[in-house]
Design a protein around this ligand. Structure first.
Ligand SMILES: [Zn+2]
Length: 147
């Protein structure tokens, strides 16, 4: 199960939804979130932060350390901001912040086609999924480069 949790960035103008894989890590592990506007001028600390296309997540590695006993042994040893993000323990809901909202809207637009022409809908849906990932990869989102 993945619990959903929304965090507002430092300047308060943007927010992002997070997923917590198997609820291993609690939401308190996110110490701060910086959007592309408020991340400017923030000093990047590789020991506690990951950067994704201008967004910055600062983790409370002390809290992460407390809960790390719940991780598989091989991951426990490598506990780092990258591991938390890339292995899905504390990561965006979707590929980027706001992804689940955008993709739901885009899918809804396609859904009207499903009623009129189901066959065309399936091919369009496939094309949409592929083109979307290519676009997100080009944009440089971290999760679009996985796998
Ligand atoms: Zn901000």
């Amino acid at each position: 199960m993945c619990m959903d949790h929304s965090v507002v960035c430092k300047c308060g103008r943007r927010d992002a939804s997070f997923n917590f894989r198997n609820e291993v890590m609690p939401p308190e592990t996110i110490e701060a979130l910086y959007c592309p506007e408020c991340s400017e001028g923030t000093l990047f600390d590789h020991k506690t932060m990951i950067v994704d296309n201008g967004w910055l997540i600062k983790y409370d590695m002390e809290v992460a350390g407390l809960y790390s006993s719940r991780l598989p042994a091989s991951e426990k040893e490598k506990l780092s901001p990258e591991l938390l993000f890339d292995e899905g323990y504390i990561t965006w809901r979707g590929v980027y912040p706001g992804d689940h909202i955008d993709s739901a809207r885009e899918r809804e637009e396609l859904a009207t086609l499903a009623k009129v022409n189901p066959k065309k809908y399936f091919t369009e849906m496939k094309t949409w999924a592929i083109e979307r990932m290519t676009r997100l990869k080009d944009d440089g989102w971290r999760k679009a480069h996985e796998g």
